[in-house]
Design a protein around this ligand. Structure first.
Ligand SMILES: [Zn+2]
Length: 220
């Protein structure tokens, strides 16, 4: 009986839009909420060491809720929609016709960490199903636990991430598409680009889901 009730509740709640709860579309991300995300134009939002960084939109409203759901609230089924938004934006860029190797910004898995999956692995896998690109979840690794970047000042951020990443092999197929959910100051990306460049890997493009709205928070 409890099982039947649980299934019924799952049915009722899982089929509601996670964002507005009011759509009758029987989808966790209704078209009205999905279409409320306004894409940026085709210019990179910034350059880090001469590498173009593209973002889909600002970190607010539906996009903010989506990123937080996939990252913190175990809403793995929303990873597809995060990937879809990224892919639909990505397709507007001329370079999207090239055949990229997609690599997510990695996480460190400690025993203490509650979340046992890297949300960006899920997003990248879904992105590759949509784009037909190859997905590489193993070559770039995070060597140690690092403090959350948002709690630190500029200099502290650099120190926090110094030598935090490495490559498990020194040759990779190029061009590479490095993907993350949010880029604020760009310190994480800068540190990863350094590792790539040390291995003579230079053909890289970066795509993130969102950037904060206040420019001083994201211009590196
Ligand atoms: Zn909705």
């Amino acid at each position: 009986m409890i099982n039947i009730l649980k299934k019924l509740l799952d049915f009722i709640y899982e089929n509601k839009c996670y964002f507005c709860s009011s759509s009758k579309e029987n989808s966790i991300f209704c078209s009205k909420c999905y279409n409320s995300v306004k894409f940026f134009d085709t210019n990179p939002v910034k350059k880090i060491d001469n590498i173009n960084v593209y973002a889909v939109t600002f970190y607010k409203d539906v996009t903010q809720k989506l990123i937080r759901a996939v990252k913190y609230h175990n809403k793995k089924n929303l990873a597809f929609y995060q990937a879809k938004l990224m892919y639909e934006y990505w397709k507007t860029l001329d370079i999207s016709t090239e055949n990229f190797l997609v690599i997510p910004v990695p996480m460190f898995f400690s025993k203490a960490r509650k979340r046992k999956y890297n949300h960006m692995d899920l997003v990248c896998e879904e992105f590759c199903k949509l784009s037909g690109y190859e997905c590489d979840l193993k070559s770039l690794i995070r060597n140690r636990e690092t403090a959350p970047q948002y709690k630190l000042s500029g200099k502290e951020r650099e120190k926090n991430l110094k030598d935090a990443f490495s490559l498990t092999k020194n040759e990779l197929k190029q061009p590479i598409l490095l993907m993350d959910d949010i880029s604020t100051t760009g310190t994480t990306i800068k540190e990863i680009l350094k590792i790539f460049k040390e291995n003579n890997i230079n053909n890289i493009t970066v795509l993130v889901t969102a950037i904060p709205e206040t420019p001083s928070n994201y211009i590196y």
